[in-house]
Unconditional design. Sequence first.
Length: 457
Amino acid sequence: MTVPGTLDKFKRVPIKQRDPEERKKDFEPYILSYTLEEAMAEADRCLGCGLCIPGCAARVNIPAYLKAMAEGNLKKGINTIFKDLPLPLICGTVCTHRCEDVCVLGKRGDALAIRHVKRAICENTNYVEDVVIEKKADTGKRVAAIGAGPASLTIGYYLGLNGVKVDIYEKMDIPGGMMTVGIPRYRLSMETINMEVDFIKSLGVDIKYGVEVGKDISFEELLEKYDAVFIGAGNHNPRRTGTKGHDETDRVMHAIDFLRKVALGEKVDVGKKVIIIGGGFTAMDASRTALRLGAEKVSVYYRRRFEDRPSAGTSNAEEEYEETVAEGVEFVWTVTPFEYVVENGRLKGMKYWKNQMVEQEGGGRAKPVPIKDQEYFVEADTIIEATGQIIDFSFLPPEIKEKLDMNWNDIKVDDNGMTSVEGVFAGGDAVNSQKDIIAAVADGKKAAKGILKYLGI
């Protein structure tokens, strides 16, 4: 154990990973768990200041569960977590851990490995035996949730505890939403997802798989059958670049489609040379997945500079970038592709310009401006666009769409998580700009409280 007041307080217990040359050959998890002793020692570094709590979208009482772990009281630790977070092992595995970015220890040394301690608590407890469930009597109220992602699962958990019957409508045949089809298995296993979903279902939550709202059942029917409806749909629709040649071959695809196919067990041939367009987390996932499918050279092309990439400077973004580089992915910055070269349906490569980054008047993000007097070409067997995604709201009838207050493609909600349509709540990708798991959980918590208030419970 760390002795309080020593310089060890500023040094993190190392997090072990599998060798990059070995792990890039398979889809097995590559980050190794802390042992119980390592987790206790890491938790003991916590100063108890609580600055990390506002850094967590779900406002989990991080110092409390770290203290419980440091004292070896894992049952207290897991119950502290479950008060605010019903997907603790999932978040303990893949959370963006913004809480660590504000850890006071990081000012002089290493920030506390909060995510990894949470994971250790989950892996060393049994939810069924250790989590104290105080489920209220059935209220007779029913709520429908659209999409079986983290926001809807959170709704199910908290409403289920309060005696509200929740039915989740999921068009796929598996739970988890984008957690399942957007995050590769080497980062988040199906076993982890299923375990936490099964625990939530034990509260009486019913997931209706293979039922697509707007097709198999209308949104209007949900409004008639249920006391409230929650929109928890994820960002499953790709945003394409429209680059010349993108629709002339099946070897140009979007990362969301690519990752979904791989996650669902479809065979995807990427060839030897793969190009990823983009610079965010999805680009990292797509590039590392391509390596695991046998690609010999994977290159990420991004229109901006290294320091301009999405979430640059956060510990999570830096970790994922370093892990991607360690596996052999190369990065090419400040480029604009203008043509995917296709001959007789076969992809040959990509033409691109280099960009000049132009600073904007009044500050703000520098703008990439192509230098078009010289063209470049690079060979490729597959090009994958990791260029963003949006939600398909086609399941909503026109009269509901017209009533919804929107901020571009995001639904506006009030402090109770309710939309501008009475009785219709929303959260997760449909609402927040952060668009990660912990933010979806936070939205689900807020909406669950709002629904209970709306139902008079």
